[in-house]
Ligand binder design. Structure first.
Ligand SMILES: N[C@@H](CCC(=O)N[C@@H](CS)C(=O)NCC(=O)O)C(=O)O
Length: 206
């Protein structure tokens, strides 16, 4: 197995997922700052969608997208499950992970790409600078929704899951890099983020 990794929150989710499971796999660094991921051989040999991370399986197949990669790793290394041991727990953690992705990760990341990240991203994907403020507001609305519906101690209840790792990593990215800080009045999420940091350590965006 080999993990193609780089800067940014998506690769960092997989790093944290692996660390929490105490699994180590060889990595290959791809420099997204110079768009190495947007040309061959990465496009033709690893991931035609051009995104990082991607995982090369032992049979040579490549899997991309954080959720697919983490699902595979959780099945391949079943100790310390982070998706869920039972169908019911898996259903819940998948529901919360999907909500996190659609309601916070995607709008927050595009809000960044279409604003501070424009110089890096405008020549590799369609960027809509006029949508940046709206997308950041959508991500904030998402965070407020999580605040209102959070029961804890973790997003999907008693089990710490991929949903927690994804949301915390994008919130860290918003706090540290993307100038979209977690509002201080979202008290439950602030306390949850502290618990995630106690468990995983703080993020270090490379
Ligand atoms: N939904 C994808 C998103 C992956 C993604 O956007 N990764 C970023 C790094 S955080 C990337 O590849 N950026 C460079 C680029 O798009 O050229 C996933 O789950 O893996």
């Amino acid at each position: 197995m080999k993990l193609y990794t780089s800067h940014g929150p998506n690769p960092r989710v997989v790093d944290r997922f692996l660390a929490e499971k105490d699994v180590r796999i060889p990595t290959h660094w791809v420099d997204i700052m110079v768009a190495e991921n947007r040309r061959d051989p990465y496009l033709s040999e690893v991931n035609p969608a051009g995104t990082i991370p991607a995982l090369q399986l032992d049979d040579g197949t490549h899997v991309s997208d954080v959720i697919a990669i983490c699902e595979y790793l959780d099945e391949r290394f079943p100790d310390r499950p982070l998706i869920g041991r039972t169908p019911e727990k898996r259903a819940l953690s998948r529901m919360w992970t999907r909500r996190v992705d659609l309601m916070v990760c995607e709008p927050l990341a595009n809000g960044y790409r279409f604003d501070q990240g424009l110089a890096i991203f405008s020549n590799r994907m369609r960027c809509l600078p006029e949508a940046a403020a709206g997308l950041k507001a959508v991500a904030r609305d998402g965070l407020q929704w999580f605040e209102a519906h959070f029961e804890g101690p973790w997003l999907s209840g008693v089990s710490f899951t991929l949903a927690d790792i994804m949301l915390a990593t994008f919130v860290d990215f918003g706090n540290e890099i993307a100038r979209q800080p977690l509002p201080l009045d979202l008290r439950r999420l602030q306390a949850w983020l502290s618990r995630v940091h106690e468990r995983l350590g703080v993020t270090n965006f490379r």
